[in-house]
Design a protein around this ligand. Structure first.
Ligand code: PGA
Length: 254
């Protein structure tokens, strides 16, 4: 059974001090919540401080990106072993902002995914179509291409362990959330493809979470869909109470 997973993607928000305050506010609110996985993705600079602040708690830390090499002359980059040592257990890969603004491609997503798996971190791989692609009925073809590119050479056992975040680009930061039915259509398609390409067990175990304008007032309807296993939350994860509301409501739907 797939436990719901709610991840907060803080993007380029919060200093170390602000991040620690957030963790201190969140901890007591979610302390007794079982049966839900809670993940925070602070900027690189705050990974260690947040990991220390939530140590021994039911909250895990993710990086928002990484480089695929272990080390080397790559000015400005951070590797999987580095984020792992800093205290992260998850790594977001292929966020649409990285794809659109920083030249991320399916090939680099695949390299990063392999690096993350080698370092025993759990990958959260983001895929999703633009508005133009949706309006031209290319959504499923785009997702198929992203899945095939990202998961090239990845084994069925590895697929079982990972998290896929379906994030329609037109819903990110726009306040325009996919309807639960739109999300479910795509999530069911993703799971069908995983079944076809990696087998039934991998498809059953892999988390497929939704991202794009998730808020406390829409999480319940999204989570009621059978193939929506959680959420990747941007804007609404920046406030501890709003993030805790999303986590609590997601937990209540299972
Ligand atoms: P949003 O961002 O919740 O602000 O739309 C989601 C994301 O980019 O992961």
């Amino acid at each position: 059974m797939r436990l719901p997973l709610i991840a907060g993607n803080w993007k380029m928000f919060k200093t170390v001090g602000e991040a620690v305050v957030f963790a201190k506010v969140l901890k007591p609110i979610v302390k007794d919540l079982q049966g839900v996985e809670i993940v925070l993705a602070p900027p690189f600079t705050a990974i260690h401080a947040v990991a220390e602040a939530v140590r021994h708690e039911n909250i895990f830390v993710a990086s928002q990106d990484l480089h695929w090499e272990k080390e080397g002359a790559f000015t400005g980059e951070i590797s999987a072993p580095m984020i792992k040592e800093a205290g992260a257990e998850f790594a977001i890969i292929g966020h649409s902002e990285r794809r659109q603004l920083f030249g991320e491609t399916d090939v680099t997503v695949n390299r990063k995914l392999r690096a993350v798996l080698t370092s025993a971190l759990t990958p959260i791989v983001c895929i999703g179509e633009t508005l133009d692609e949706r309006e031209h009925n290319q959504t499923l073809a785009v997702l198929d291409r992203q899945i095939q590119g990202a998961f090239d050479g990845v084994t069925a056992d590895e697929i079982s362990e990972l998290v896929i975040a379906y994030e329609p680009v037109w819903a990110i930061g726009t306040g325009r959330v996919a309807t639960p039915a739109q999300a479910e259509d795509v999530h069911a398609h993703i799971r069908a493809r995983l079944r076809q390409w990696f087998g039934a067990t991998a498809a059953e175990h892999c988390h497929v979470i939704y991202g794009g304008s998730v808020k406390p007032d829409n999480i319940i309807d999204l989570m009621r869909e059978p193939d929506v296993d959680g959420a990747l939350v941007g804007g609404a994860s920046l406030d501890a109470q709003s993030f805790a509301d999303i986590v609590t409501k997601a937990r209540a739907t299972v």
